[in-house]
Design a protein around this ligand. Structure first.
Ligand SMILES: [Zn+2]
Length: 120
């Protein structure tokens, strides 16, 4: 990723503004438009199904429902927050060497939860 620390202040502000706009559009799309394509096409839930409902329940402080909708929502939330923060502040990318391992472990956990939810 390109570093922004040597850019003049107005270019850095413009870059932060454009990243914020892109992130806002993405967030609005996920919140208001996105429907799971796997579920629509095949009629089964994907490994990420339930995350949006879980985050909505967590925002309402209904953590029992949130864990029911998707038990990995805290992990996914922390990872999303880490990704967003490191986009804006690359110096916060402190887990650079462990990011691949964390990503693979997260995918394995998502697969395990998905398989569990299909069969139990
Ligand atoms: Zn899904």
């Amino acid at each position: 990723m390109r570093s922004t620390k040597n850019l003049p202040a107005n270019k850095r502000s413009a870059e932060i503004l454009s990243k914020s706009a892109a992130l806002s559009v993405f967030a609005l799309f996920i919140i208001f438009v996105y429907k799971c394509p796997i579920r629509m096409i095949f009629g089964i839930e994907c490994p990420g199904c339930g995350l949006k409902r879980a985050f909505r329940a967590a925002v309402s402080l209904d953590f029992t429902s949130a864990f029911h909708y998707h038990p990995l929502f805290p992990l996914i939330g922390v990872l999303c927050l880490y990704v967003v923060l490191t986009v804006f502040f690359p110096k916060l990318r402190v887990f650079k060497k462990a990011e691949l391992v964390i990503g693979i472990v997260t995918l394995l956990l998502l697969a395990a939860v998905w398989i569990y939810r299909i069969f139990f």
